[in-house]
Design a protein around this ligand. Sequence first.
Ligand code: ATP
Ligand code: MN
Length: 483
Amino acid sequence: MFNKRTRIKELLGSEPKGQEVTVMGWVRTFRNNQFIALNDGSTNNNLQVVVALGKFDDDQLKRITTSSSLKITGNLVASLGKGQKMDLNATSIEILGDCDAEKYPLQPKKHSLEFLREIAHLRFRTNTFGSVFRIRHALAFAVHKFYNDKGFIYMHTPIVTGSDAEGAGEMFRVTTLPFDEGKNKTPRNEDGSINFKEDFFGRATNLTVSGQLEGELAATAFGEIYTFGPTFRAENSNTPRHLAEFWMIEPEMAFYDLEDNMNLAEEFIKYIIKHVIENNKEDLEFLAQRLAEEEKQLPQDKRSEMGLIEKLEFILNNNFERITYTEAIDILRESSYNKKKKFQFPITGWGMDLQSEHERYLVEKHFKKPVILSNYPKEIKAFYMRQNDDGKTVAAMDILAPGIGEIVGGSQREERQDKLEQRMKEMHIPIEEMWWYLDTRRYGTVPHAGFGLGFERMVQFVTGMSNIRDVIAFPRTPGNAEF
Ligand code: ATP
Ligand code: MN
């Protein structure tokens, strides 16, 4: 058996009593031909390995370079040095993989996040990305724990979908049709349009933008379900908050109204944040420090009022502000920002779609806490949202978070078949193609609701990373699908 190792995180939490242990990992630094800082990804803290003078061949010592990989056996003893509690006195060192220090792109010094994106295949080996991805994992685990403990069923909704009725964003086509004009021509109908009957699935298909519609089918049998999977949007928005491929958590619940939906979303967000505060203290502290240093570069008025951990604790200890779209428009219209024409998009009045600058004003300047906005004008929302009695608004809710903007989008769904079909007609949604969706309204329809939480935006919020490209392993954005 090869892998009989102890993780460094575990060792650093134990008492050094001379016990023999084996560790494996990558060299961060090798000082004075004597001190190896070894990292194995379990924590940002390195284990100091002491190489006694004269004990090992010079030829072997030369091969211990930054990021070479080692298997080391030794005895764990209390450290005589200052920086660390314990040392591993090496008795055997096996070099598993050499690393040419001249060529290795990740030199042991500070690199910009932009540069690290170009070497995303190696950036996990930095402290920042170590912390971000351990926290990402912890959040994902907490998502499943939260819903599992509440009795929700985890549904795997399809990634390839034939329905393009969602209207949530631009879609990526999935096809095996040839697209050259030579011998192997794209099959076309008489009118020149592409003949998708010849395509792999016998119809046009796309990558899913949301698992919601399928989620509703499951919720109307299991009661409460959630999805957690990748979603795809070919929107050409090069922002620090949009990816072309991102992960979304979409709970869908029968017998829930809009208020139940808001309560669940708020409880859920607080739960997963609490999980990270309780389980990832070290990584959070590292990222809090990183953020504080990054913010020192900013002008005073652009800095956050709270540190990262303080901000997360504030979220746990305070209720989200709940206001209607109509109230939000009033606040925005009367704001000094609007009067001084500081918005790029001025507040034109009721009915307008809110831009992210407006959302950020509400959370960051006005309320200074997360805000749940509800009851939007039906014209700016999707066809499946439940129509309110006023004839103007729908039972939608978005949750806006400081520094991020929209983190959750959800609604109570329209369960009344006649109202749903009427709205689909108005919005030119193909009713016949959606026969399976409408069947839930035909056969035992129930009030139900759900929402989508963008997982990467949540990871951004918890880690304080300002660019969404730095919280997903290999970001897909317009013009970029490297790795
Ligand atoms: P936005 O206005 O920010 O583009 P949206 O209204 O398109 O968001 P929804 O369709 O409601 O978003 O999707 C639900 C959630 O998924 C959003 O609240 C957000 O957290 C996340 N999300 C949406 N689009 C993206 C994207 N391109 N990249 C990452 N996360 C996204
Ligand atoms: Mn969008």
